[in-house]
Design a binder for this molecule. Structure first.
Ligand SMILES: [Fe+2]
Ligand SMILES: [Fe+2]
Length: 135
């Protein structure tokens, strides 16, 4: 059983963003499998780098969607993204020296951040988009 599993109720109703969130879940799940469930850690660093790059890509795209729709809580939301990226960056730096830095506690934190952020903050974007489409 993976640490993080996609559920359809996490969809925010924007196909591109939903697909990117699913990809983030896949990458986090893979990271967990290697960090916790495997003795072979050789793929850990490249995977962490992939997750980091994909997170940056996703946040850029999501922030563009927010700007295009004049999302009212843009600044707060962007700030949350920036804090998460800073933590991920620090983690990647630690894991470069010692792969055991990527322990269950960190992976739990990573997973729960994603679930909470998507189900509360990103859902607000979805609500804003559906209001826009009704007008
Ligand atoms: Fe997102
Ligand atoms: Fe977000």
């Amino acid at each position: 059983m993976s640490i993080i599993q996609w559920r359809n109720d996490l969809c925010i109703g924007h196909d591109l963003i939903d697909a990117q969130h699913k990809r983030l879940f896949e990458l986090t799940s893979k990271l967990y499998d290697i960090a916790i469930g495997s003795d072979d850690k050789s793929n850990l660093k490249p995977l962490l780098l992939e997750l980091y790059k994909y997170t940056l890509f996703h946040f850029d795209e999501e922030e563009m969607v927010m700007r295009n729709h004049k999302f009212p809580r843009y600044a707060d939301h962007k700030h949350e993204h920036e804090k998460f990226v800073a933590t991920l960056d620090a983690l990647a730096l630690k894991a470069r020296e010692d792969t055991s830095a990527l322990d269950i506690e960190i992976l739990n934190w990573l997973s729960s951040w994603l679930v909470t952020h998507i189900s509360i903050k990103d859902k607000m974007i979805g609500q804003c988009l559906s209001r826009d489409s009704q007008n």
